[in-house]
Design a protein around this ligand. Structure first.
Ligand SMILES: [Zn+2]
Length: 190
């Protein structure tokens, strides 16, 4: 969920332009005030309580505003994050290059602040595409709905022989897929 916030940018402060239309504010899951201050207002707290956003989303929003003070990343659109054992995946709906930064400078700063490796991924309304983006260059064979003793689950199917090419361990991919697809997921190489 994205809350659009009105910019408090002054008239004389230029909006950032990233080879695309000028963006006046950074999009984050928490409101601009919370992202700036690192505090949590009532509506944003409610979103956390309802599980619509996570505390990590709030922490990342604040980190991005702090980084924006030094490097201009106003054009970034931060949608959500998924925390794995050794990795945080940050989904963006604008050019992932903004949050990666020149030579990876922005993701490196995020790694220092958050204490975990960062992967920036393109957010998509279709979670299958997000998964494809994250496992690249490993091709996704398909996602199938399975039934086992009355329970539904999803099987993310990857080709055998790509076990070592997968950019994250299968356990992390399973966690990530479960978060993105909203249903218990298993990862199989076949
Ligand atoms: Zn707020």
């Amino acid at each position: 969920m994205i809350i659009a916030v009105k910019s408090t940018r002054g008239k004389n402060e230029p909006a950032a332009v990233f080879g695309r239309e000028a963006v006046d504010y950074m999009k984050t899951p928490v409101c601009e005030l919370c992202a700036k201050s690192g505090e949590m207002c009532k509506p944003c707290n409610k979103l956390v309580a309802e599980g619509k956003i996570s505390k990590l989303d709030a922490t990342i929003s604040h980190a991005l505003y702090a980084i924006n003070e030094k490097r201009n990343i106003s054009g970034a659109g931060f949608v959500r994050s998924v925390e794995l054992d050794h990795l945080i995946v940050i989904f963006t709906d604008t050019d992932p290059g903004i949050l990666i930064g020149k030579g990876g400078a922005v993701s490196k700063e995020l790694t220092v602040i958050l204490g975990k490796k960062i992967r920036i991924a393109q957010s998509s309304a279709d979670p299958k595409r997000s998964i494809e983006d994250i496992i690249a260059p490993v091709p996704l064979l398909g996602i199938n709905k399975m039934y086992s003793s009355g329970n539904e689950y999803l099987k993310v199917r990857l080709p055998r022989g790509y076990e070592r090419t997968l950019p994250l361990d299968p356990g992390s991919l399973q966690k990530l897929s479960t978060a993105l697809l909203g249903m218990q997921t298993t990862v199989v190489f076949e």
